[in-house]
Design a protein around this ligand. Sequence first.
Ligand SMILES: [Zn+2]
Length: 67
Amino acid sequence: MTKKPTCSCGYDRDHFMVTAEADFSTWGWFWNLFGVTAHPYRLRFICRQCSEVIEVIEDREEIRKYH
Ligand SMILES: [Zn+2]
């Protein structure tokens, strides 16, 4: 079993102190303006305590689980 990536505090991406920030493509922003929910092309998991980026995911299926 592979160990999940963590920040300096030891939190992984499922921890409640960790926020997922979505990056949208230009088209994603465009659709969001019109109230259409576009899926982000990238998610960054950031620790709210130390502001470290724990993990970046670009896999569509993975993003769907978190978005
Ligand atoms: Zn941290």
